[in-house]
Design a binder for this molecule. Sequence first.
Ligand code: NA7
Length: 538
Amino acid sequence: MSANDQTQHQLDAVIIGAGFSGLYQMLCLRDRLGLSVLGLDMADGVGGTWYWNRYPGARCDSESHSYSYYFSDELLKKWTWSERYPGQAEILEYLNFVADHFDLKRSFRFKTKLLSAHYDEQANLWELCTDDGERYRTRFLISAVGNLSSANIPAIPGLDRFKGPWYHTGQWPHEGVDFTGLSVGVVGTGSTGIQAIPVIAAQAKSLTVFQRTANYSIPAHNGPLDDAFKAYCKDHPDEIRTILHATPNGHPFYISETSALSLSEQERHAVYEKAWEKGGLRFRASFKDLLSSEEANKTAAEFIKQKIRSMVKDPRKAQVLSDIDHPFAAKRPPIDTHYFETYNLAHVDLIDIRENPIDSMTEEGIRTTNGLFKLDAIVFATGFDAMTRPILNLNLRGRNGVALSDAWEAGPINYMGLQVPGFPNFFMVTGPGSPSVLTNMPVAIEQHVEWISDCIAHMRAEGLHRVEPQPQASAQWMQEVNQAAAATLLPKAKHSWYLGANIPGKPRVFMPYAGGMAHYRKRCETITANGYEGFLMA
Ligand code: NA7
């Protein structure tokens, strides 16, 4: 049955989103459970975050051999990544390959936005309304909208007056942007800005970077994968899968069991030096206590700040770039290709907008409290209203017509990041309250999609029609999410999007579960083994 035919029918499940989550969820529900399922996505193709984030230098920070589905050895054998870190175009190609392999696209309706979803308690169905005027009724509603899909465009007074083009990195034009001969401004130095800045600098006449918070970054040392490694990946999927499932972040390497404080300064320095040479997120795994001990963390932070000062020749720029106000990795640590070295180029400038904030925009450019910077084009690498906004944008109303925006007024109340009390049969793939953005995403996604699918299969086998969390279990889980975060240094980054602090007015709640993916997986397994403990099924 095609997506078109399904409009007249009541469905078993509707999935919102056609990225990593939505595609696998479709496969599980449609082909493994044999349900009638419709997928919706605003884009005109699959890809999710990789459909939208086409900015210069867009690349994943997970190593490519781990940034894959691991549910199918056949897929792993058929697909070969070309570089250590997958670029946006290659990931999009991969997701298209997966979608075609399983013939998933026919079950999605693209270029379609869900306007609202209301739960009808009497019928125990969700009623959906889309922007193409269609209405659907479905038993299960699954959010596969991703955590970083709602662009944060700063409300700078005068933005509409700027006469040149401006772009947000998460809504990049598909035809690309040619910056040749232009004076370009980039606002934001998170993972995205750090990837885009060197690439834009290579093209632009001049580049001015507006930095609010200085950031750590580790060299990625990206490059082509050699044949021996490619063969290893194809021959050892079980070995790699075992590591992905055993580690707290779902990455393909173990975290050291040594404390940073147990070594002499010289020995510790040697460990960091080697990790710096290896590059990437592996640096964070150098010692076991980098995210739990301030003292241990300081040793890594100092090492990186020293590296920044040695790489950046201009002392003013070096100072602005290395004056970092949070522990290393308390914000998601970027990895880069020649980021700091880019500031040695004569046509690249750095403005400290913590010192001199942006106060407005004019026809000609960005005005800070220190004066006007004339620009031809501006790139906002200002991140996302992360984790909650994409779900809130679905305009859900649960039992008794309660809006999700009201239920979440003080923060995203949930159970296991999977469900929300009062919103029966609504599931979230990698929702707030689950490890999600603290992991290598496909690992967290596979675990959630499989858990949701097993739950639905169980309900059908037992003749059950409704599942939702017990409010008490949800309250208890929220406490655990807070405790898990408090046991780490993560909440010490006051401006972090993990806390919602990048969005004015957003509740300050540490949203992802920081207790580790492996631990979380076991918790979910125990819940299932105990008869879906904490969930109410009817
Ligand atoms: P991030 O990590 O949220 O970074 C956004 C950057 O933009 C960061 O430097 C922010 O400074 C800056 N920003 C945000 N709003 C403003 C305003 N209003 N004025 C000036 N500067 C601002 O987003 P990314 O896209 O880089 O990365 C998101 C995730 O995508 C990343 O972690 C990976 O998982 C992939 P701030 O630090 O808030 O002071």
